[in-house]
Design a protein around this ligand. Structure first.
Ligand code: GDP
Ligand code: MN
Length: 382
């Protein structure tokens, strides 16, 4: 679960990391009120759960109080990378002397937390890690011990800090690591960590991503996540189904992640076809679950067909078929639907689906069913 910048800043601040003055606003009027109380210039920051806002126009500096609500109104209405902002964070503008990158994550190969710091902070850190990885200094933390500030002095020295800023940065790292540990973080990041003209060190952007498997240890955050989910998403999560929206033209309903991935690969062999989603039903198929699955798939505009690939080992696919048929009937669907459904009570499954016009492929190979789909749509393989 990734937190919004304003939520992460709240936590960082609770742990003693300095952030600029300001607050979250949901309307242009609120933005103006905050700007009035902290004074211009202010920075307005779109609260969306994606990075790279600076480059995409989601971070704006406003010098004039009279312009604040006009700029805010526009930003609140502007989607960023497809996401509608939850609000704007209004912060007192900081005079930046130097932008530093500071991040903590898990090194997947070694399985330990890793602290990274670089002089090349700001909006180009991804490029730095690709082109000049030697400019990022790393420190591996022993997960069985505490992190002591003295351990990270040498990497902070490597980025050229001395004196007060060196001491402050070392302490910020220790605090950020504490957040990372106590919140079961996957990523805790400050980019940029800013050295100001007055020699202060401030956190100007905050990212905190929490391991979903550990959310039960943070009831308040878990509740926030559930509150933000639709009832249907909650039902799907409870059943163990996984859905990822993609941008193709073929809706997919598959029982099993491996089956879904293989199906996606086979579909992608046809240049004119691509998956509109990844969907794996999990092991608890019921008629109701399949209604939810079908409706989720049908949310994608511009579908050319739906491809269903079910394998009934323990899964009662004949029950699932009833849910699929219900949606087709109620919505009077007329886009082509191809299904390969095998296993436990397959004959009943075929009958239910054939009754509502689904093309049933009775062979065991998914390949054959995909070839049928391609033929039906009149497209050729590469
Ligand atoms: P991101 O692009 O989504 O990571 O958004 P950031 O919050 O990191 O902001 C992007 C960039 O805007 C930063 O790297 C800074 O260069 C600039 N920026 C953000 N806040 C301030 C500020 O208070 N003062 C100044 N001068 N620049 C800022
Ligand atoms: Mn940033």
């Amino acid at each position: 679960m990734r937190l919004h910048e304003y939520e992460a800043e709240e936590i960082f601040s609770k742990y003693g990391i300095n952030i600029p003055l300001g607050g979250l606003a949901k309307t242009p009027q609120e933005v103006k009120q905050i700007a009035e109380s902290i004074g211009v210039p202010v920075v307005l920051k779109s609260q969306v759960l994606v990075g790279g806002r600076g480059k995409a126009g989601g971070v704006k500096i406003v010098d004039n109080l009279d312009e604040v609500d006009i700029v805010a109104d526009k930003m609140l209405k502007t989607e960023l990378k497809g996401y509608k902002p939850e609000g704007l964070l209004v912060l007192k503008k900081v005079d930046i002397k130097k932008e530093i990158y500071l991040g903590i994550t898990i090194d997947r190969t070694l399985g330990t937390p890793i602290i990274m710091i670089s002089t090349e902070g700001g909006i180009n850190i991804e490029e730095v890690s690709r082109k000049n990885p030697e400019k990022i200094f790393k420190f591996l933390v022993n997960p069985l011990q505490n992190l002591y500030p003295y351990q990270v002095i040498s990497i902070v020295k490597k980025i050229g800090l001395t004196g007060e800023p060196l001491a402050e940065t070392v302490i910020i790292i220790a605090k950020l690591y504490k957040v990372f540990r106590e919140y079961d973080g996957l990523i805790a990041e400050i980019n940029p960590l800013v050295l100001t003209e007055e020699g202060k060190v401030l956190c100007v952007d905050a990212v905190l991503e929490i391991d979903d498997s550990a959310l039960f240890r943070h009831p308040e955050l878990n509740k926030r996540k559930l509150d933000a989910m639709s009832e249907r998403d909650k039902r799907l999560m409870k059943k163990g189904a996984t859905f990822v929206k993609l941008n193709g033209n073929i809706g997919l309903v598959c029982s099993g992640a491996g089956l879904a991935m293989a199906t996606m690969d086979m579909i992608s062999d046809y240049p004119a076809l691509s998956p509109a989603n990844f969907l794996e039903t999990g092991g608890g198929i019921t008629s109701d679950l399949m209604v939810d699955c079908m409706e989720l798939v049908l949310e994608q505009p511009k579908l050319d067909a739906i491809f269903i690939n079910l394998y009934g080992g323990i899964n009662p696919i004949h029950e699932g078929a009833k849910g699929i048929a219900k949606v087709i009937r109620e919505r009077k669907l007329n886009i082509p639907i191809v299904a390969k459904a095998l296993g436990n009570r397959q004959e009943e499954t075929w009958e239910t689906l054939e009754e509502v016009g689904v093309h049933i492929i009775k062979e065991s190979e998914t390949q054959k069913a995909v070839e049928f789909l391609a033929k039906l749509l009149g497209v050729k393989a590469k």
